[in-house]
Design a protein around this ligand. Structure first.
Ligand code: S3P
Length: 457
Protein backbone atom coordinates (compact mmCIF):
# COMPACT_ATOMS: atom_id res chain seq x y z
CA UNK A 1 0.00 0.00 0.00
CA UNK A 2 1.34 3.41 -0.83
CA UNK A 3 0.59 6.63 0.95
CA UNK A 4 2.08 10.00 0.11
CA UNK A 5 4.48 9.51 2.97
CA UNK A 6 5.74 6.16 1.74
CA UNK A 7 5.55 6.69 -2.04
CA UNK A 8 8.75 8.77 -1.89
CA UNK A 9 7.77 11.13 -4.75
CA UNK A 10 7.82 14.55 -3.12
CA UNK A 11 6.27 17.42 -5.06
CA UNK A 12 6.29 21.18 -5.01
CA UNK A 13 3.81 23.66 -6.48
CA UNK A 14 4.76 27.02 -7.91
CA UNK A 15 1.87 29.47 -7.98
CA UNK A 16 1.65 33.01 -9.42
CA UNK A 17 -0.95 35.72 -9.21
CA UNK A 18 -3.51 34.77 -11.86
CA UNK A 19 -6.01 36.48 -14.12
CA UNK A 20 -9.73 35.57 -14.12
CA UNK A 21 -10.53 31.86 -13.70
CA UNK A 22 -13.27 30.61 -15.97
CA UNK A 23 -14.79 27.31 -16.92
CA UNK A 24 -16.84 24.32 -15.92
CA UNK A 25 -15.18 21.29 -14.28
CA UNK A 26 -15.82 18.07 -12.35
CA UNK A 27 -13.94 17.11 -9.21
CA UNK A 28 -13.06 13.59 -7.95
CA UNK A 29 -15.77 11.59 -6.21
CA UNK A 30 -16.61 12.39 -2.61
CA UNK A 31 -14.05 10.78 -0.31
CA UNK A 32 -16.50 10.02 2.53
CA UNK A 33 -19.06 8.48 0.17
CA UNK A 34 -16.30 6.57 -1.64
CA UNK A 35 -15.08 4.85 1.55
CA UNK A 36 -18.61 3.90 2.51
CA UNK A 37 -19.58 2.70 -0.98
CA UNK A 38 -16.60 0.35 -0.92
CA UNK A 39 -17.47 -0.91 2.57
CA UNK A 40 -21.13 -1.60 1.75
CA UNK A 41 -20.26 -3.13 -1.61
CA UNK A 42 -17.71 -5.46 0.03
CA UNK A 43 -20.35 -6.61 2.52
CA UNK A 44 -23.10 -7.08 -0.10
CA UNK A 45 -24.06 -10.44 -1.53
CA UNK A 46 -22.45 -10.31 -5.01
CA UNK A 47 -21.07 -7.86 -7.55
CA UNK A 48 -21.66 -4.15 -7.03
CA UNK A 49 -20.62 -1.46 -9.48
CA UNK A 50 -19.41 1.94 -8.34
CA UNK A 51 -18.84 4.84 -10.73
CA UNK A 52 -17.19 8.15 -9.90
CA UNK A 53 -14.97 6.70 -7.14
CA UNK A 54 -11.98 8.96 -6.45
CA UNK A 55 -8.53 7.68 -7.36
CA UNK A 56 -7.16 9.47 -4.34
CA UNK A 57 -4.90 7.54 -1.97
CA UNK A 58 -7.40 7.64 0.91
CA UNK A 59 -10.10 5.70 -0.98
CA UNK A 60 -7.33 3.45 -2.34
CA UNK A 61 -6.42 2.53 1.25
CA UNK A 62 -9.97 1.31 1.89
CA UNK A 63 -10.04 -0.56 -1.44
CA UNK A 64 -6.75 -2.26 -0.60
CA UNK A 65 -7.93 -3.17 2.93
CA UNK A 66 -10.85 -5.13 1.49
CA UNK A 67 -8.64 -6.81 -1.11
CA UNK A 68 -6.46 -8.01 1.75
CA UNK A 69 -9.58 -9.51 3.38
CA UNK A 70 -10.49 -11.60 0.33
CA UNK A 71 -12.76 -9.18 -1.58
CA UNK A 72 -12.09 -8.87 -5.32
CA UNK A 73 -12.06 -5.21 -6.31
CA UNK A 74 -11.34 -4.32 -9.94
CA UNK A 75 -11.22 -0.84 -11.40
CA UNK A 76 -11.50 0.21 -15.04
CA UNK A 77 -11.67 3.76 -16.37
CA UNK A 78 -15.46 3.63 -16.11
CA UNK A 79 -16.22 1.79 -12.90
CA UNK A 80 -15.06 -0.15 -9.86
CA UNK A 81 -16.48 -3.67 -9.53
CA UNK A 82 -16.60 -5.15 -6.05
CA UNK A 83 -17.43 -8.81 -5.51
CA UNK A 84 -19.12 -8.55 -2.13
CA UNK A 85 -18.70 -11.49 0.25
CA UNK A 86 -21.69 -10.82 2.52
CA UNK A 87 -21.70 -9.61 6.12
CA UNK A 88 -19.86 -12.70 7.39
CA UNK A 89 -17.57 -13.45 4.45
CA UNK A 90 -14.46 -11.35 5.14
CA UNK A 91 -11.25 -13.33 5.70
CA UNK A 92 -8.32 -12.64 8.00
CA UNK A 93 -5.74 -10.49 6.16
CA UNK A 94 -2.28 -12.02 5.80
CA UNK A 95 -0.61 -8.78 6.90
CA UNK A 96 -1.34 -5.56 8.78
CA UNK A 97 -3.87 -3.21 7.18
CA UNK A 98 -2.07 -0.02 6.10
CA UNK A 99 -4.52 2.91 6.25
CA UNK A 100 -1.90 5.35 4.92
CA UNK A 101 -3.04 8.91 5.69
CA UNK A 102 -6.72 8.00 5.94
CA UNK A 103 -8.34 8.53 9.34
CA UNK A 104 -11.72 7.57 7.89
CA UNK A 105 -10.39 4.18 6.75
CA UNK A 106 -8.97 3.44 10.17
CA UNK A 107 -11.93 4.64 12.25
CA UNK A 108 -14.66 3.08 10.11
CA UNK A 109 -12.80 -0.22 9.82
CA UNK A 110 -12.22 -0.22 13.59
CA UNK A 111 -16.00 -0.56 13.95
CA UNK A 112 -16.43 -3.12 11.21
CA UNK A 113 -13.47 -5.26 12.27
CA UNK A 114 -14.56 -5.29 15.92
CA UNK A 115 -17.41 -7.57 14.87
CA UNK A 116 -15.26 -10.20 13.12
CA UNK A 117 -14.19 -13.68 14.19
CA UNK A 118 -10.59 -12.95 13.13
CA UNK A 119 -7.98 -10.54 14.47
CA UNK A 120 -6.49 -7.54 12.65
CA UNK A 121 -3.91 -4.82 13.16
CA UNK A 122 -4.17 -1.40 11.50
CA UNK A 123 -1.29 1.02 10.97
CA UNK A 124 -1.02 4.46 9.38
CA UNK A 125 1.54 6.96 8.13
CA UNK A 126 3.28 9.46 10.39
CA UNK A 127 0.38 11.95 10.38
CA UNK A 128 -2.28 9.31 11.04
CA UNK A 129 -0.17 7.81 13.83
CA UNK A 130 -0.47 11.13 15.69
CA UNK A 131 -4.30 11.22 15.47
CA UNK A 132 -6.52 10.30 18.44
CA UNK A 133 -8.24 6.93 18.28
CA UNK A 134 -9.67 6.77 21.82
CA UNK A 135 -12.89 8.27 20.44
CA UNK A 136 -13.63 5.01 18.58
CA UNK A 137 -11.76 2.52 20.74
CA UNK A 138 -13.50 3.47 24.01
CA UNK A 139 -17.15 3.08 22.90
CA UNK A 140 -16.30 -0.06 20.89
CA UNK A 141 -14.74 -1.58 24.01
CA UNK A 142 -17.83 -0.62 25.98
CA UNK A 143 -19.87 -2.84 23.66
CA UNK A 144 -17.52 -5.80 24.10
CA UNK A 145 -14.97 -5.34 21.29
CA UNK A 146 -11.46 -6.64 21.98
CA UNK A 147 -9.75 -3.54 20.64
CA UNK A 148 -6.58 -1.81 21.77
CA UNK A 149 -4.73 1.31 20.69
CA UNK A 150 -1.18 2.45 21.35
CA UNK A 151 0.28 4.97 23.76
CA UNK A 152 1.32 8.35 22.34
CA UNK A 153 1.73 12.03 23.12
CA UNK A 154 -1.17 12.47 25.57
CA UNK A 155 -1.20 10.00 28.46
CA UNK A 156 -4.99 9.52 28.46
CA UNK A 157 -5.32 9.18 24.65
CA UNK A 158 -4.93 6.15 22.34
CA UNK A 159 -3.24 6.25 18.95
CA UNK A 160 -2.54 3.93 16.02
CA UNK A 161 -1.52 1.16 15.53
CA UNK A 162 -4.83 -0.43 16.53
CA UNK A 163 -5.08 -4.16 17.29
CA UNK A 164 -8.37 -6.03 17.30
CA UNK A 165 -8.68 -9.57 18.66
CA UNK A 166 -11.44 -11.83 17.32
CA UNK A 167 -14.81 -12.37 18.93
CA UNK A 168 -14.89 -15.97 20.14
CA UNK A 169 -17.50 -18.49 19.01
CA UNK A 170 -20.95 -17.58 20.29
CA UNK A 171 -19.80 -14.10 21.34
CA UNK A 172 -21.55 -11.03 19.88
CA UNK A 173 -21.10 -7.33 20.43
CA UNK A 174 -23.50 -5.85 22.98
CA UNK A 175 -26.08 -3.13 22.47
CA UNK A 176 -24.98 0.42 23.22
CA UNK A 177 -26.59 3.77 23.95
CA UNK A 178 -23.92 6.33 23.32
CA UNK A 179 -24.13 10.11 23.70
CA UNK A 180 -21.14 11.30 21.69
CA UNK A 181 -19.12 14.11 23.33
CA UNK A 182 -18.36 15.64 19.90
CA UNK A 183 -20.10 15.48 16.51
CA UNK A 184 -18.10 12.99 14.42
CA UNK A 185 -19.30 11.02 11.42
CA UNK A 186 -16.34 8.69 11.76
CA UNK A 187 -17.20 7.69 15.32
CA UNK A 188 -20.93 7.44 14.56
CA UNK A 189 -20.21 5.30 11.49
CA UNK A 190 -17.79 3.03 13.37
CA UNK A 191 -20.52 2.36 15.94
CA UNK A 192 -23.18 1.76 13.29
CA UNK A 193 -20.91 -0.62 11.35
CA UNK A 194 -20.12 -2.55 14.52
CA UNK A 195 -23.88 -2.57 15.14
CA UNK A 196 -24.31 -4.85 12.11
CA UNK A 197 -22.62 -7.52 14.25
CA UNK A 198 -24.38 -6.79 17.54
CA UNK A 199 -27.14 -8.78 19.21
CA UNK A 200 -28.94 -5.66 20.48
CA UNK A 201 -29.58 -2.06 19.35
CA UNK A 202 -26.95 0.59 18.63
CA UNK A 203 -28.25 4.02 19.66
CA UNK A 204 -26.05 7.03 18.98
CA UNK A 205 -26.75 10.66 19.70
CA UNK A 206 -24.54 13.50 18.51
CA UNK A 207 -24.45 17.05 19.91
CA UNK A 208 -24.95 18.24 16.30
CA UNK A 209 -25.68 16.17 13.20
CA UNK A 210 -22.47 15.28 11.34
CA UNK A 211 -22.41 14.01 7.73
CA UNK A 212 -25.02 11.27 7.43
CA UNK A 213 -23.77 9.22 4.47
CA UNK A 214 -23.64 5.98 6.47
CA UNK A 215 -27.25 6.38 7.59
CA UNK A 216 -28.46 7.17 4.05
CA UNK A 217 -26.69 4.12 2.65
CA UNK A 218 -27.90 1.80 5.39
CA UNK A 219 -31.47 2.98 4.83
CA UNK A 220 -31.10 2.53 1.05
CA UNK A 221 -29.89 -1.05 1.65
CA UNK A 222 -32.74 -1.97 4.00
CA UNK A 223 -30.77 -2.02 7.27
CA UNK A 224 -33.25 -1.53 10.16
CA UNK A 225 -32.31 2.04 11.04
CA UNK A 226 -34.31 4.96 12.45
CA UNK A 227 -33.05 8.52 12.45
CA UNK A 228 -34.41 11.62 14.17
CA UNK A 229 -32.34 14.81 14.03
CA UNK A 230 -28.90 14.02 15.45
CA UNK A 231 -30.00 10.63 16.85
CA UNK A 232 -29.85 7.26 15.13
CA UNK A 233 -30.79 3.73 16.19
CA UNK A 234 -29.89 0.48 14.44
CA UNK A 235 -32.06 -2.31 15.84
CA UNK A 236 -31.13 -5.75 14.45
CA UNK A 237 -34.11 -7.36 16.19
CA UNK A 238 -36.48 -5.58 13.78
CA UNK A 239 -37.52 -7.43 10.65
CA UNK A 240 -34.36 -7.71 8.53
CA UNK A 241 -32.95 -10.27 6.13
CA UNK A 242 -29.51 -9.80 7.72
CA UNK A 243 -27.69 -8.45 4.66
CA UNK A 244 -28.25 -6.76 1.32
CA UNK A 245 -28.11 -7.28 -2.41
CA UNK A 246 -25.38 -5.72 -4.58
CA UNK A 247 -25.98 -2.28 -6.09
CA UNK A 248 -24.93 0.17 -8.81
CA UNK A 249 -24.01 3.48 -7.24
CA UNK A 250 -22.52 6.72 -8.51
CA UNK A 251 -20.28 8.68 -6.15
CA UNK A 252 -21.09 12.42 -6.47
CA UNK A 253 -18.28 14.98 -6.70
CA UNK A 254 -16.64 15.91 -3.41
CA UNK A 255 -17.85 19.29 -2.10
CA UNK A 256 -14.66 19.52 -0.03
CA UNK A 257 -12.63 19.33 -3.27
CA UNK A 258 -15.07 21.54 -5.22
CA UNK A 259 -14.39 24.15 -2.54
CA UNK A 260 -10.96 24.90 -4.05
CA UNK A 261 -11.91 25.91 -7.62
CA UNK A 262 -15.09 27.58 -6.32
CA UNK A 263 -13.31 29.60 -3.65
CA UNK A 264 -10.59 30.48 -6.17
CA UNK A 265 -13.42 31.93 -8.31
CA UNK A 266 -14.68 33.89 -5.31
CA UNK A 267 -11.20 35.30 -4.71
CA UNK A 268 -9.74 36.12 -8.14
CA UNK A 269 -11.32 39.24 -9.74
CA UNK A 270 -13.41 38.60 -12.85
CA UNK A 271 -13.75 34.83 -12.28
CA UNK A 272 -16.75 32.56 -12.91
CA UNK A 273 -16.42 28.79 -12.25
CA UNK A 274 -18.93 25.91 -12.19
CA UNK A 275 -18.47 22.44 -10.74
CA UNK A 276 -20.98 19.82 -11.84
CA UNK A 277 -22.46 16.85 -9.95
CA UNK A 278 -21.31 18.00 -6.53
CA UNK A 279 -22.75 16.24 -3.47
CA UNK A 280 -25.15 18.73 -1.85
CA UNK A 281 -26.24 16.61 1.11
CA UNK A 282 -27.24 19.33 3.63
CA UNK A 283 -24.74 17.95 6.16
CA UNK A 284 -22.00 18.98 3.69
CA UNK A 285 -23.16 22.32 2.29
CA UNK A 286 -22.09 24.65 5.10
CA UNK A 287 -19.54 26.33 2.83
CA UNK A 288 -22.11 27.27 0.18
CA UNK A 289 -24.49 28.65 2.84
CA UNK A 290 -21.62 30.59 4.37
CA UNK A 291 -20.61 32.06 1.00
CA UNK A 292 -24.16 33.29 0.39
CA UNK A 293 -24.20 34.82 3.85
CA UNK A 294 -21.03 36.77 3.03
CA UNK A 295 -22.62 38.19 -0.10
CA UNK A 296 -20.89 35.89 -2.61
CA UNK A 297 -22.44 35.13 -5.97
CA UNK A 298 -23.38 31.37 -5.70
CA UNK A 299 -25.79 29.52 -7.98
CA UNK A 300 -27.13 25.98 -7.51
CA UNK A 301 -28.79 23.75 -10.12
CA UNK A 302 -29.98 20.28 -9.02
CA UNK A 303 -28.68 17.37 -11.08
CA UNK A 304 -30.24 14.21 -9.60
CA UNK A 305 -29.06 11.77 -6.95
CA UNK A 306 -26.01 9.58 -6.36
CA UNK A 307 -25.04 6.69 -4.08
CA UNK A 308 -27.47 5.96 -1.24
CA UNK A 309 -29.79 8.86 -2.13
CA UNK A 310 -27.25 11.67 -2.09
CA UNK A 311 -28.50 14.87 -3.81
CA UNK A 312 -26.21 16.39 -6.45
CA UNK A 313 -26.07 19.82 -8.07
CA UNK A 314 -24.01 22.03 -10.30
CA UNK A 315 -22.56 24.84 -8.20
CA UNK A 316 -21.35 28.06 -9.80
CA UNK A 317 -19.47 30.90 -8.14
CA UNK A 318 -18.68 34.28 -9.65
CA UNK A 319 -16.25 36.69 -8.06
CA UNK A 320 -17.81 39.50 -6.05
CA UNK A 321 -16.24 41.24 -3.03
CA UNK A 322 -17.30 39.50 0.19
CA UNK A 323 -17.33 40.64 3.80
CA UNK A 324 -15.97 38.81 6.83
CA UNK A 325 -18.32 37.36 9.44
CA UNK A 326 -18.45 35.00 12.45
CA UNK A 327 -18.90 31.24 11.93
CA UNK A 328 -19.58 28.78 14.74
CA UNK A 329 -21.87 25.97 15.89
CA UNK A 330 -23.60 23.72 13.38
CA UNK A 331 -22.20 25.65 10.39
CA UNK A 332 -18.72 24.53 11.44
CA UNK A 333 -19.77 20.85 11.52
CA UNK A 334 -21.23 21.28 8.01
CA UNK A 335 -18.00 22.80 6.62
CA UNK A 336 -15.32 21.34 8.90
CA UNK A 337 -13.03 20.17 6.07
CA UNK A 338 -13.42 23.43 4.14
CA UNK A 339 -12.16 25.75 6.90
CA UNK A 340 -8.54 25.98 5.70
CA UNK A 341 -9.88 27.16 2.32
CA UNK A 342 -12.33 29.52 4.07
CA UNK A 343 -9.31 31.08 5.81
CA UNK A 344 -7.82 31.78 2.37
CA UNK A 345 -11.03 33.55 1.31
CA UNK A 346 -11.00 35.49 4.61
CA UNK A 347 -7.64 36.97 3.60
CA UNK A 348 -9.32 38.86 0.72
CA UNK A 349 -12.64 39.57 2.49
CA UNK A 350 -13.64 42.95 3.84
CA UNK A 351 -13.08 43.14 7.61
CA UNK A 352 -12.65 40.33 10.14
CA UNK A 353 -13.57 36.67 9.75
CA UNK A 354 -13.92 34.77 13.00
CA UNK A 355 -14.00 30.96 13.12
CA UNK A 356 -15.19 29.53 16.45
CA UNK A 357 -16.18 26.05 17.80
CA UNK A 358 -13.65 24.42 15.50
CA UNK A 359 -11.30 22.78 18.04
CA UNK A 360 -11.58 19.52 16.05
CA UNK A 361 -9.35 21.13 13.42
CA UNK A 362 -6.44 20.58 15.80
CA UNK A 363 -6.65 16.80 15.32
CA UNK A 364 -7.04 16.58 11.54
CA UNK A 365 -4.25 15.61 9.11
CA UNK A 366 -2.30 18.46 10.74
CA UNK A 367 -3.24 20.91 13.50
CA UNK A 368 -5.15 22.99 10.97
CA UNK A 369 -5.58 25.99 13.28
CA UNK A 370 -1.85 26.32 13.93
CA UNK A 371 -0.89 25.43 10.36
CA UNK A 372 -3.31 27.90 8.74
CA UNK A 373 -2.25 30.67 11.14
CA UNK A 374 1.33 30.02 10.05
CA UNK A 375 0.39 29.99 6.34
CA UNK A 376 -1.65 33.21 6.58
CA UNK A 377 1.16 35.00 8.41
CA UNK A 378 3.68 33.87 5.77
CA UNK A 379 1.49 35.54 3.10
CA UNK A 380 1.32 38.72 5.20
CA UNK A 381 -2.26 38.23 6.44
CA UNK A 382 -2.82 39.36 10.05
CA UNK A 383 -4.47 36.60 12.08
CA UNK A 384 -4.93 35.44 15.65
CA UNK A 385 -4.98 31.81 16.74
CA UNK A 386 -7.75 30.89 19.22
CA UNK A 387 -8.00 27.57 21.12
CA UNK A 388 -10.99 26.62 18.93
CA UNK A 389 -10.54 28.72 15.81
CA UNK A 390 -8.97 31.76 14.17
CA UNK A 391 -9.55 35.44 13.61
CA UNK A 392 -8.39 36.59 10.17
CA UNK A 393 -8.18 40.24 9.16
CA UNK A 394 -8.89 40.61 5.46
CA UNK A 395 -7.72 43.17 2.93
CA UNK A 396 -3.93 43.20 3.48
CA UNK A 397 -1.65 43.17 0.44
CA UNK A 398 -0.58 39.51 0.08
CA UNK A 399 3.04 38.71 -0.73
CA UNK A 400 4.17 35.40 -2.27
CA UNK A 401 5.39 32.91 0.34
CA UNK A 402 7.13 29.57 0.71
CA UNK A 403 4.91 27.10 2.55
CA UNK A 404 5.30 23.54 3.82
CA UNK A 405 2.06 21.52 3.75
CA UNK A 406 2.96 19.52 6.90
CA UNK A 407 1.66 16.46 5.06
CA UNK A 408 -1.85 17.95 4.87
CA UNK A 409 -3.61 17.97 1.48
CA UNK A 410 -6.05 20.75 2.38
CA UNK A 411 -3.27 23.02 3.66
CA UNK A 412 -1.35 22.63 0.38
CA UNK A 413 -4.46 23.51 -1.69
CA UNK A 414 -5.46 26.41 0.58
CA UNK A 415 -1.97 27.87 0.28
CA UNK A 416 -2.31 27.53 -3.51
CA UNK A 417 -5.48 29.69 -3.34
CA UNK A 418 -3.55 32.38 -1.50
CA UNK A 419 -0.78 32.13 -4.11
CA UNK A 420 -3.31 32.99 -6.85
CA UNK A 421 -3.90 36.45 -5.34
CA UNK A 422 -0.43 37.18 -3.87
CA UNK A 423 2.29 39.37 -5.39
CA UNK A 424 5.12 37.37 -7.00
CA UNK A 425 5.66 33.63 -6.83
CA UNK A 426 4.60 31.26 -4.05
CA UNK A 427 6.17 27.85 -3.47
CA UNK A 428 4.30 25.03 -1.75
CA UNK A 429 6.42 22.14 -0.56
CA UNK A 430 4.91 18.80 0.45
CA UNK A 431 2.31 19.14 -2.33
CA UNK A 432 2.26 15.35 -2.87
CA UNK A 433 -0.19 15.25 0.08
CA UNK A 434 -2.87 16.51 -2.34
CA UNK A 435 -2.96 13.05 -3.95
CA UNK A 436 -4.80 11.71 -0.89
CA UNK A 437 -8.02 13.49 -1.93
CA UNK A 438 -7.57 15.46 -5.17
CA UNK A 439 -5.39 13.80 -7.81
CA UNK A 440 -5.41 16.09 -10.86
CA UNK A 441 -5.76 19.29 -8.78
CA UNK A 442 -3.08 21.17 -10.72
CA UNK A 443 -4.41 20.15 -14.16
CA UNK A 444 -7.94 21.16 -13.14
CA UNK A 445 -6.85 24.56 -11.80
CA UNK A 446 -4.71 25.18 -14.90
CA UNK A 447 -7.69 24.36 -17.15
CA UNK A 448 -9.49 27.26 -15.45
CA UNK A 449 -6.55 29.61 -16.09
CA UNK A 450 -4.69 29.39 -12.77
CA UNK A 451 -0.94 29.92 -12.98
CA UNK A 452 0.18 26.86 -11.06
CA UNK A 453 2.74 24.22 -11.94
CA UNK A 454 4.05 21.15 -10.13
CA UNK A 455 7.54 19.68 -10.10
CA UNK A 456 9.44 17.03 -8.17
CA UNK A 457 11.21 18.33 -5.07
C1 S3P B 1 -15.35 12.10 7.73
C2 S3P B 1 -15.75 12.77 8.86
C3 S3P B 1 -15.12 14.01 9.36
C4 S3P B 1 -14.27 14.67 8.27
C5 S3P B 1 -13.39 13.67 7.57
C6 S3P B 1 -14.25 12.61 6.90
C7 S3P B 1 -16.06 10.88 7.33
O1 S3P B 1 -14.29 13.70 10.45
O2 S3P B 1 -13.48 15.70 8.82
O3 S3P B 1 -12.61 14.31 6.59
O4 S3P B 1 -15.95 10.44 6.17
O5 S3P B 1 -16.77 10.31 8.18
P1 S3P B 1 -14.85 13.52 11.95
O6 S3P B 1 -15.70 12.33 12.01
O7 S3P B 1 -13.60 13.36 12.79
O8 S3P B 1 -15.57 14.78 12.27
Amino acid sequence: MSSHASSGSKKRYRVRRSGPLRGSVRVPGDKSIGHRSLIFAALGRGRSRITGLSEGLDNAATRQAFRSMGVTVESTNEETRVDGVGLHGLRMPADVIDCGNSGTTMRLLAGLLSGQRFGTRMVGDESLTRRPMGRVIKPLRARGAHIAGSAGTKPDELYPPISIAPLVEGEALKGIEYAMPIASAQVKSALLLSGLYAGAPTAVEEPLLSRDHTERMMLALGVPLQTAGASVVLDPSLEWAGGWEPFDWHVPGDPSSAAFPLLAAAMVPGSEVSVSDVCVNPTRTGLFDWLRLLGANVAHRSSGHGAGDEPMAEISVGQRGVRGSVAGGELIVRMIDEIPAVCALAAVSKGRTEIRDAGELRVKESDRIATMAHVLEAFGVPCEELPDGLIVSGGALLRGATIESRGDHRIAMSAALLGLVAEGESVIEGAEAVDTSFPGFVALMRSLGAEITEEPS
